[in-house]
Design a binder for this molecule. Structure first.
Ligand SMILES: [Zn+2]
Length: 444
């Protein structure tokens, strides 16, 4: 099942804006209340009874069950009788807020994430309708429960065969947007494995390394814009709470956040198209992005947006008739892509692969992506023929046909139609002996 998120600008009336803002407000109070309840429950259990001070007294009785999603959702229904303003928001929207909190809470426990945070009005930026009514999309509007028909700018058509699953309304610095989760219900035949195989290794050092020995760095804008963001956030500390200057600075920060995410998304699309060029199959590591983000490089990893990139890549592959598959990543750095020998564990600081068995040399990341490609080919029942003409043959041809040999000249990214992409090639492989075709044969 293929899902895609499309974003559209909304053009709500003044009345609808008021309603959206009110919804955000109420979602925020529900979130904060439910979070406080969970925190209180935990706090009341932390200290043993005999050590209770006045502050941390047992306000919550010892046999009170934990306020989980079901308990909080039930309470919400009851609270609506007391607080009629809660009823102004569609009930599923509020349930969804509790569900999001529940997930954030579980993530914290299971994956070592930080505690969910209380939200001020800048942090509560969106809410979700888990479903829309019947036929919610017209050329001139989208119909949301409680809000009615909201005008939208249909910047691109909803692709044929897709249905709207859920809708998230987002307030951004530049207005209100809707993110529609689209799902392909009809079983469209996805591309068959064919053509040139390409393995991809994602990382921090290089954003992507391909089995064709291309290494693509993270774009510069990431670094410069993040630095700018940090600067603004630091300035926030000097501004008085509630002051006009603080408000202005907050808006500036919000705009920058948006610019970063827009630019990144744009780059992800360009990169995905570039990686599809000349490939018939793409194999990417099946990495648990969430658990990866918890690690020491958590901030960097979240910024890099690997999860979003892989989603976009899958979509672009589908559109371009390139076969896409995820492949197990375990031990990719311990295997030689050329001869399959076990090369022992490489620590992160070892950037090169050198096989004692067959003498194959390349960078660590390229080697990993080549192992991924080989595994992917295995999985689809094809294999790279044992190369018969030289050690550096594997993968070098695809690279040559893609961007030219290292000897002729460096690829011009403008020629590739990717203005903001930096293409670096690893000379050792790119300038390999060449002349060796990779042959694909079915295993049986
Ligand atoms: Zn080897």
């Amino acid at each position: 099942m293929l899902t895609m998120t499309y974003e559209y600008k909304l053009e709500p009336t003044a009345e609808q804006i008021e309603s959206i803002e009110q919804t955000l407000d109420i979602c925020r109070s529900v979130w904060n209340f439910a979070l406080r309840q969970r925190k209180d429950w935990c706090a009341s259990r932390k200290s043993p009874i005999n050590a209770c001070s006045i502050q941390s007294e047992y306000i919550i009785s010892a046999d009170e069950p934990f306020p989980n999603y079901h308990k909080q959702a039930k309470q919400l229904t009851q609270a609506k009788k007391l607080y009629p303003h809660l009823k102004t928001v569609h009930s599923q929207v509020l349930q969804q807020t509790l569900r999001t909190l529940d997930r954030a809470w579980d993530d914290m426990k299971a994956r070592g994430f930080g505690l969910p945070r209380f939200k001020n009005k800048y942090r509560m930026r969106s809410f979700v309708f888990p479903q829309l009514g019947k036929d919610p999309i017209r050329d001139d509007g989208i119909k949301f429960p409680k809000l009615g028909w909201v005008k939208w700018r249909q910047s691109r058509p909803i692709p044929f065969g897709f249905q709207v699953k859920q809708a998230r309304i987002v307030r951004k610095a530049s207005g209100y947007f809707v993110m529609l989760s689209l799902q392909l219900n009809v079983n469209v035949s996805s591309p068959m494995p064919h053509g040139h195989p390409r393995g991809l290794d994602l990382g921090f050092d290089k954003f992507v390394a391909t089995s064709d020995a291309e290494e693509i760095k993270r774009p510069r804008f990431e670094i410069t814009l993040q630095r700018k963001l940090k600067l603004l956030q630091r300035r926030l500390k000097n501004k008085q709470k509630g002051s006009n200057n603080r408000h202005k600075l907050n808006q500036k920060i919000a705009r920058l956040h948006q610019r970063i995410s827009d630019t990144r998304k744009d780059w992800h699309f360009k990169l995905a198209h570039h990686l599809c060029d000349g490939a018939g199959m793409i194999f990417v590591e099946d990495i648990n992005f969430v658990s990866w983000q918890r690690g020491m490089l958590s901030k960097q990893s979240a910024d890099a947006g690997f999860g979003q990139f892989v989603n976009i890549l899958e979509w672009v592959c589908f559109r371009r008739d390139v076969y896409f598959a995820k492949v197990n990543k375990d031990g990719t750095s311990q295997t030689c892509p050329n001869c399959g020998a076990h090369t022992g564990k490489k620590t992160l600081d070892i950037r090169f692969h050198h096989c004692d068995e067959c003498g194959y040399r390349t960078t660590r990341d390229v080697a990993a992506s080549q192992v991924l490609r080989n595994r992917g080919l295995n999985a689809v029942g094809q294999t790279v023929v044992e190369n018969v003409c030289g050690l550096e043959a594997t993968g070098s041809i695809g690279h040559d046909t893609l961007v030219g040999t290292g000897r002729s000249r460096k690829p011009n990214s403008r020629e590739l139609g990717i203005p903001s992409l930096k293409v670096t090639e690893h000379s050792e492989v790119a300038r390999g002996r060449g002349g060796c075709q990779e042959l694909m044969v079915p295993i049986d």
